[in-house]
Ligand binder design. Structure first.
Ligand code: UDP
Length: 240
């Protein structure tokens, strides 16, 4: 099947990388990263241009100022560094299976990543390289969802794919309400009027104002990413 999208931005949650075999020390389960890498390879093989923004929640979140005693902005920078560790892990796994990658960081760290340069990122994508954007937006008080929306708009992605551990947006919390059903598609306005949380407000508003569709889907199920890119409606929820 021909892919529906030519250029995508995949937002991966840091927390989902923990997987099942966490012994309390490992921030990620290599099997999860391996599965993600295989799924990403499958869509690059179809010619889809892939950019990735990865979270850092499995290692550090800067928002818990009161618990940690660490000032918010300082903690946020720590969180941004955490996304670089995940980005490097993702990069290593992709390269291991033969996918060419570039890691670009919003905070300069020349020995391990290119600095973020929009036009260069686009050039890499055109050459078929997967571009991983690390260090979020480079600014505290933002999230990696916002970084994902921002980068997706900047590089002219057709869609942002938000990989989570749930298979879309539901009418109610499916863990609490057995009658909850999944939306195949929903508008930005409906999400707001129904109080459905897709991303944080900053990220969501950026997408809405720039008419960038979002697909929320379960990234931890092998093969789902391919289905989403092929435009199958039985996976995830399309917000547009
Ligand atoms: N962060 C930030 N600015 C950004 C992106 C991330 O300050 O542009 C920090 C923030 O502290 C955040 C942490 O990095 O909590 C990890 O990112 P996030 O919580 O978005 O990761 P995820 O929930 O996807 O694992």
């Amino acid at each position: 099947m021909l892919p529906k999208y030519k250029r995508i931005l995949l937002k991966l949650s840091g927390e989902a990388l923990v997987g099942g075999s966490n012994n309390g020390f490992d921030p990620f389960d290599p099997r999860v990263i391996e599965q993600y890498a295989n799924d990403i390879k499958a869509i690059t093989d179809l010619g889809v241009q892939v950019a990735i923004v990865i979270g850092g929640g499995n290692i550090y979140r800067g928002m818990n100022e009161h618990d940690s005693g660490i000032e918010r902005a300082h903690g946020d920078y720590m969180g941004m560094l955490a996304t670089m560790i995940n980005g490097m892990a993702m990069q290593a796994m992709l390269e291991k299976i033969g996918v060419y990658t570039r890691l670009q960081s919003a905070i300069k760290m020349e020995q391990i990543a290119e600095p973020y340069v929009r036009r260069r990122a686009i050039r890499h994508l055109e050459k078929g390289r997967v571009v991983i954007f690390g260090a979020g937006t480079g600014n505290p008080y933002f999230t990696t969802d916002t970084a994902g929306s921002l980068r997706a708009i900047e590089i002219g992605a057709d869609v942002i794919l938000k990989g989570t551990r749930v298979d879309g947006i539901y009418t109610a919390d499916p863990e609490k309400d057995p009658n909850a059903t999944r939306y195949e598609s929903i508008s930005f306005q409906e999400c707001i009027s129904k109080g459905l949380k897709v991303m944080d407000m900053t990220a969501f508003t950026l997408c809405m104002e720039n008419k960038l569709p979002i697909i929320v889907f379960d990234m931890n199920k092998p093969g789902n990413l391919l289905k989403v890119v092929e435009g199958l409606s039985n996976v995830g929820t399309l917000v547009s």
